[in-house]
Design a binder for this molecule. Structure first.
Ligand SMILES: [Zn+2]
Length: 124
């Protein structure tokens, strides 16, 4: 690959990484406005992982700037951790057998239709 193509390729990777990483704020903002409370959806953490990975690749293979490499080298750890916590919390929800609403963990009754959630008719 000649020098110009190499530069164009890595700049495309770097700018895509910047765009993906920055777009997560709009996703989080939208989710927060929609629920009228501060919400960090799992899409925020996925965009964080993808964006920081692209920026790490750009920094390692093209920019070779150690400050930039260091800033993205370990950021995936809390992103992965938050995705695991998101998944566990989602799995702990109880699905209403009547209306299929996903109710918060330890709910005794469905908030939508009032069906009792504890007992043998609970499906996960
Ligand atoms: Zn229900």
């Amino acid at each position: 690959m000649n020098a110009d193509l190499w530069k164009i390729f890595w700049n495309a990777i770097g700018w895509t990484g910047q765009f993906v990483f920055f777009s997560r704020f709009f996703v989080q903002w939208y989710a927060t406005e929609k629920k009228k409370q501060v919400v960090v959806p799992s899409a925020f953490w996925w965009l964080s992982i993808i964006g920081s990975l692209l920026l790490l690749l750009y920094a390692v293979f093209y920019d070779k700037h150690y400050v930039v490499i260091f800033s993205y080298a370990f950021s995936w750890i809390p992103y992965i951790r938050n995705l695991i916590i998101h998944r566990r919390h989602k799995e702990a929800h109880l699905e209403c057998p009547t209306c299929r609403l996903s109710c918060p963990p330890q709910s005794k009754f469905c908030s939508q239709c009032g069906t009792r959630l504890v007992g043998e008719n609970v499906t996960r």
